[in-house]
Design a protein around this ligand. Structure first.
Ligand SMILES: C[C@H](O)[C@H](O)[C@@H](O)C(=O)CO
Ligand SMILES: [Mn+2]
Length: 414
């Protein structure tokens, strides 16, 4: 295998690409792996039913994590198959406590065991207030609800989430991205979109009124096009949050499943990055709708990674995952999806960027096309193999065997 890498290294060098630099750059990119893939977005409050809010995991594959211990075991297994040091993206309804605090009563101590666990494994944490799977979200309205009492309840949840995120960040010495997504919307055509959006803006302002140190936490907001049950209007649309993030100087989250299916989400990065300092990605795969399939190493993912690398956005983009498939092994889903994100980044890092940009600058589109097409034949796989070998994680048949063995070990869960 070392021979395959040596040969690949030379081939890339012939194109002016330094594989060692690419491997070092890839090793420095953390991916925030989402806890909710492990249990089909159910959470551990012991109160909630289905996720609601238009998000839904479909399937009944055996092995769903039923409690915190199982979820942690599954994640530990998954991280061990993924090269590099990464992060855990935690949702508020995954609290680890014997208590049953309502959402407006959550405190840091309900999450402290997660922080200890993350610390012991060298993981960073990210956080999300949970504005769904709750009776006060049953109208598919939370921060924009016409009822001030319901809005206040969710504002309090959001405030507490920010404080918890800041304490997590302080404890871990790494800022926690606290991402706000609300399901608010309307099944049928509303007549006063403006009122709903004004209420959402006011609630967000109230929630984020207290500045918290950027070294501890960063605020992010996530837009959406539509969801099941809110087909006609989503209050927190892309335009709403793009403007809000710019006005408030906070992070804009782009979820790859939250746009029209024909939109190129990668194309948006360089546009929005001119107006916001930082971005959060929810890397996902919509199939006809926001279906949250496990991400493939497909054109959409490659384009996203190439934009991150070529537009020099890695330093100000937080890469998170957002998919949940209950028809396959949940641990395999994490491993496949996270590694695909890394593979896409590696491919982008291995492209002859300087030559491609020079050709484009010179309006030499023929050379640009020859380069992009010939580059597809370069031995990316050998460099990936080397990356995994150095991190002592399996590939190919060995990976398949490990994933299968673990799945067998969890399949008896009820
Ligand atoms: C569970 C997440 O908060 C959720 O998936 C959200 O990020 C989203 O994308 C909703 O469609
Ligand atoms: Mn998302």
């Amino acid at each position: 295998m070392a021979h395959a890498y040596d040969s690949a290294r030379q081939q890339f060098a012939d194109w002016g690409v330094d594989t060692e630099a690419a491997l070092a750059a890839l090793a420095a990119i953390p991916i925030s792996m989402h806890c909710w893939q492990g249990d089909d977005v159910k959470g551990f409050e012991r109160k909630s039913g289905t996720a609601g809010g238009g998000i839904q995991a479909t399937g009944n594959h055996p092995g769903r994590a039923r409690n915190v211990a199982e979820l942690r075991a599954d994640m530990e297994f998954a991280y061990a198959q993924i090269p590099g040091k990464h992060r855990l993206n935690l949702h508020a309804f995954y609290m680890d406590t014997d208590e049953s605090p309502d959402r407006d009563a959550i405190e840091y101590r309900h999450f402290a065991p997660w922080v200890e666990w993350a610390k012991s494994r060298g993981l960073g944490l990210d956080f999300n207030p949970t504005f769904f799977a709750h009776p006060k979200a049953d109208d598919n309205l939370t921060l924009s609800h016409p009822d001030a009492g319901i809005r206040d309840f969710w504002v309090e949840h959001g405030k507490r989430s920010r404080e918890i995120a800041a304490q997590m960040g302080a404890a871990l010495g790494s800022p926690v991205v606290n991402n706000v997504w609300v399901p608010d919307g309307s099944k049928d055509t509303p007549v006063d979109r403006m009122a709903a959006r004004r209420r959402l803006e006011a609630s967000l302002d109230a929630m984020m009124a207290t500045p918290l140190p950027k070294t501890q936490m960063r605020d992010a907001v996530e837009s959406k096009l539509f969801g099941i049950g809110v087909e006609s209007c989503t209050v927190g649309s892309h335009e709403f949050y793009l403007g809000y993030a710019i006005r408030r100087g906070i992070i804009l989250c782009l979820d790859m499943g939250h746009f029209h299916p024909t939109e190129n989400v990668a194309d948006k990065l360089s546009s929005v990055a001119l107006s916001v300092d930082e971005l959060l990605l929810h890397v996902s795969r919509p199939v006809r709708w926001d279906s949250d399939h496990v991400v493939l190493l497909n054109d959409d993912l490659l384009a996203m990674a190439q934009e991150l690398v070529f537009a020099d956005l890695l330093g100000r983009t937080h890469i998170g995952l957002d998919f949940f498939d209950a028809t396959i092994s949940r641990t395999a889903a994490w491993v496949i999806g996270t590694r695909n994100m890394q593979k896409a980044l590696l491919r982008a890092l291995l492209l002859p960027q300087a030559r491609l940009k020079a050709a484009e600058e010179a309006l030499d589109y023929t050379t640009r096309l020859i380069l992009t097409e010939e580059a597809k034949d370069l031995p990316f796989a050998a460099v990936w193999e080397e990356f995994c070998a150095r991190a002592d994680v399996p590939t190919g048949a060995a990976l398949l065997a490990r994933l299968a063995t673990y799945q067998t070990s969890v399949a008896q869960r009820g």
